[in-house]
Design a protein around this ligand. Structure first.
Ligand SMILES: Cc1cc2nc3c(=O)[nH]c(=O)nc-3n(C[C@H](O)[C@H](O)[C@H](O)COP(=O)(O)OP(=O)(O)OC[C@H]3O[C@@H](n4cnc5c(N)ncnc54)[C@H](O)[C@@H]3O)c2cc1C
Ligand code: FES
Length: 351
């Protein structure tokens, strides 16, 4: 047993070197990927093992990661790269399972959403996707709080479900909003936990009950000030919570960036393809490039993973979150995050 693995690896390396000689310009990794895409040393990938419907527009996808996978902490997200119509698209999804060899993500299709609709309607077992290591700070502390509050809406339940499945918290209140009872993702499991007394669940069905307000939250959770809180949902809900309860005991996870500052746009040149578009000052350069058919690197699309960084060859861009202007003169090659940067005049990107 102890010598079999190294021998197999040496043989595989030798086959790979011979293949390299006869197969240029394709590299042997391309061929090995065909038979063993999850092997050691390959770019990290995962195979879809199962796809399970959660609601009419949400599915849970079980992924078996390749050998370089370092695992995750409950609440973190992964970036996955999926080929949609022949173009590799990267998006972030929270891990919804407890820590294990394979893990799950749960995707809700959004109107006109390219990757979410692809995954919800067309993902099938056996497909291999690109994977990045888990990341993110939206996690429980090592010393668990005596009392916890989760405030979630829609697909915002996903990182919290990962936490609930991984940890035993003593005293938990979950206030979850969804349009109707049928739209509640993980409904049966959450209601089961509530029935067993493991959490207090407040469902808010917004089609009939209206949106959750902060006054209502205060009434629903009278001991709120004693609780450590985690919230995930639409931007409006998170902005309202943060403004109402400015405390470091409230932790929020955003699926989209908060765009605070827009301004004049400009002419954007994607130098390598020679594509030039007029972009307004509110459109991320990533979106402007993709809309023009430029193959843009991307990841979380909200400024946290740096998967979209490109050199700004020349010109000016505005950070949509802060309004900060970054300028570059020819040759500077200043690196910018295209997902949260918009044109602030003419600009020229090295892509
Ligand atoms: C850290 C993190 C964790 C995430 N976890 C999950 C998760 O567990 N489950 C899940 O379903 N999604 C999650 N997301 C969101 C996910 O990454 C994608 O943004 C989402 O699936 C939409 O991608 P798309 O390609 O379908 O939409 P796109 O084609 O990129 O966008 C289509 C349109 O929808 C808008 N849009 C983009 N994202 C959203 C959004 N989240 N809500 C409303 N409108 C949007 C765009 O501005 C655009 O107008 C997470 C995002 C982050 C950053
Ligand atoms: S895509 Fe993640 S930082 Fe831009």
């Amino acid at each position: 047993m102890t010598t079999a693995t190294p021998l197999r690896l040496r043989l595989r390396d030798r086959v790979a070197r011979v293949a390299e000689l006869v197969a240029t310009p394709l590299v042997p990794a391309d061929f090995v990927d065909l038979v063993d895409p999850l092997r050691n040393g390959a770019d990290l990938r995962a195979r879809i093992v199962a796809v399970t419907a959660e609601t009419a527009d949400a599915v849970t996808i079980e992924l078996r990661p390749g050998r370089g996978w370092r695992g995750h902490t409950a609440g973190q997200y992964v970036r996955i790269g999926v080929d949609v119509d022949g173009v590799r698209q990267w998006r972030a999804y929270s891990v919804t399972s407890s820590t294990a060899a394979s893990f799950t993500i749960t995707v809700k299709a959004i109107p006109d959403g390219l990757v979410s609709n692809h995954l919800v309607r067309r993902a099938v077992a056996g497909t291999v996707v690109q994977l990045d290591q888990a990341a993110g700070e939206f996690v429980l502390p090592a010393a668990l709080p005596a009392k916890a509050l989760f405030v979630t809406a829609g697909s915002g339940i996903t990182p919290v479900m990962g936490m609930l499945r991984s940890t035993s918290l003593a005293d938990v209140v979950l206030v979850h909003s969804a349009p109707t009872a049928d739209d509640v993702i993980f409904a049966a499991e959450l209601r089961g936990l509530a029935a067993s007394g493991l959490l207090r669940l407040v469902e808010k069905h917004t089609d009939t009950d209206g949106m959750l307000t902060t006054d209502e939250l205060a009434a629903l959770v009278p001991d709120l000030a004693e609780r450590e809180a985690w919230a995930c949902g639409p931007t409006g809900m998170l902005d309202a919570l943060e403004a109402w309860w400015p405390t470091d005991r409230l932790h929020t996870e955003r699926f989209r960036p908060s765009v605070l500052v827009t301004g004049e746009g400009g002419s954007v040149t994607f130098a390598r393809t020679g594509t030039v578009v007029e972009a307004d000052g509110a459109t991320p350069l990533l979106d402007a490039g993709e809309a023009a058919g430029v193959l843009m690197p991307s990841g979380c699309r909200m400024g946290i993973c740096f998967g979209c960084v490109l050199p700004l060859r020349e010109g000016a861009v505005r950070d949509l979150r802060t309004g900060d202007i970054t300028t570059a003169a020819v040759g500077d090659g200043v690196l910018i995050q295209t997902c949260i940067s918009a044109a602030a005049g003419a600009c020229d990107l090295d892509v």
